[in-house]
Design a protein around this ligand. Structure first.
Ligand code: AMP
Ligand code: ZN
Length: 141
């Protein structure tokens, strides 16, 4: 169901224009206006869901099931060297539109404009630390 004041619901309904890449019964994919790299695409479920926490298994399954063919379409079109798949949940993580979306960001090299600022901290964690953390998370699933 369309969610009032959600710009992505308005994109699905056609109320707000978009550059459509793909559409079927469950998902809609369109170019991200910011075009971090050429072909930067957003894949969204047609049913409104705010973020990954609120997403049902069914919606998540439908969404992710479409990602491979859309990614392959981008690869076929622009021959990127790779693609980053990214979904932000919560403002702290960079979410600015609160309708679940998967970014597909084709990569053309280290200086292509996308910088994930990925810092590794593996040295700060022992095997025991990792075991404790993994058990803590597992106990809440
Ligand atoms: P996020 O910051 O992960 O929530 O991503 C939201 C994305 O939506 C941003 O990359 C915006 O550039 C993009 N965006 C916002 N409004 C539109 C729009 N009307 N059409 C296409 N992309 C949009
Ligand atoms: Zn929505």
């Amino acid at each position: 169901m369309e969610h009032a004041d959600c710009i992505f619901c308005k994109i699905v309904s056609g109320e707000i224009p978009s550059s459509k890449v793909y559409e079927d019964d469950a998902v809609y994919a369109f170019l991200d206006l910011s075009q971090v790299t050429k072909g930067h695409t957003l894949v969204i479920p047609k049913k409104h869901t705010k973020d990954i926490y609120e997403t049902s298994d069914e919606i998540a399954g439908d969404l992710f099931a479409r990602v491979p063919k859309i990614a392959k379409g981008i690869k076929e079109t622009f021959q990127p060297l790779g693609i980053n798949m990214l979904s932000n949940t919560g403002e702290a993580a960079g979410q600015s539109v609160f309708h679940l979306h998967m970014h597909l960001i084709p990569r053309y090299g280290k200086e292509d404009g996308f910088n994930p600022l990925w810092k590794t901290n593996g040295d700060a964690y022992s095997q025991d630390d990792l075991l404790t953390i993994s058990k803590e998370i597992n106990s809440n699933i």
